[in-house]
Ligand binder design. Structure first.
Ligand code: ZN
Length: 265
């Protein structure tokens, strides 16, 4: 009996310690991802996952569409495409994606941001307060942005070129004093090859008419809502092109070139 009591005490202590430890994470929920980033970098721009199927796994997220036709922003349960002309279009459930990430958005933490004079500064400020870099986070910022610079990519035709060549033809859009929402996903460094390490942001205007993949932004006095996630669910495509791709090359440099700004624009 005594041993059992001791065991209960130890368990109770451990349970309490878990709640009281500084930095204890309350992460839960699942980040769902279809395909891997290296597959997109390799030029596999056609997937078999429908928007209807994607919506079963979340209400918020990022991605693209078949033929690499535009940037996807998934917000409040609706999936939009930002076309290469910069306009937003609500997408039908029957459309397919070759790469997308989604989660059911939960606000676990609110980060107050006095200002962010660039995307790099925003990422730095969020990193400093978000918690462990080894979990996944979905971040949402709503409000008026003094400046916003985005890009989108035109639909490709076969034979598909690798993403690093395709982004050279990206269209860049500039907004001033625009109301809208940024959706970001922050992934741990160890997802290299599978996902996008660090931050990845897409933007849509409040009237849901424009947006894109965020290259830069500037704003003052906003809050970031952050949800943390400790489950990662990966669904692999079974398209012939995916099954036959050799993933024996490290594409880290290519990904960095693709994600960030093209200096020419
Ligand atoms: Zn993007």
């Amino acid at each position: 009996m005594k041993t059992t009591n001791k065991l209960y005490s130890v368990l109770l202590f451990l349970a309490l310690a878990c709640f009281c430890l500084p930095g204890f994470s309350r992460a839960d929920g699942t980040i769902y991802q279809y395909s891997i980033i290296d597959s997109l970098l390799a030029g596999n721009y056609d997937g078999e996952l429908s928007i209807a199927s994607l919506k079963k796994h979340g209400d918020t997220g990022l991605g693209t569409f078949n033929r690499l036709d535009g940037e996807m922003i998934f917000i409040d349960g609706e999936v939009y495409k930002i076309t290469s002309k910069g306009n937003a279009v609500k997408m039908k459930d029957t459309e397919n994606t070759p790469f997308a990430e989604t989660a059911f958005f939960n606000t676990d933490k609110i980060i107050k941001l006095d200002s962010a004079d660039s995307l790099a500064e925003l990422n730095k400020k969020i990193s400093a307060t978000i918690g462990s870099a080894n979990l996944f986070y979905v971040i949402r910022i709503d409000g008026k942005f003094n400046k916003m610079r985005t890009r989108s990519i035109p639909a490709q035709t076969k034979p598909y070129l690798p993403l690093i060549d395709v982004v050279k033809k990206q269209s860049v859009f500039r907004f001033k004093d625009v109301e809208g929402s940024m959706i970001g996903i922050k992934s741990p460094d160890y997802v290299k090859g599978i996902g996008v390490p660090g931050f990845h942001w897409h933007f849509i205007t409040k009237d849901r008419k424009a947006g894109g993949h965020v290259l830069d932004c500037f704003f003052t006095d906003m809050v970031a809502k952050v949800g943390s996630y400790n489950n990662f669910s990966l669904q692999l495509p079974e398209t012939r092109s995916f099954l036959e791709t050799a993933f024996d090359q490290d594409k880290e440099k290519e990904l960095k070139a693709v994600e960030k700004d093209s200096k020419k624009k």
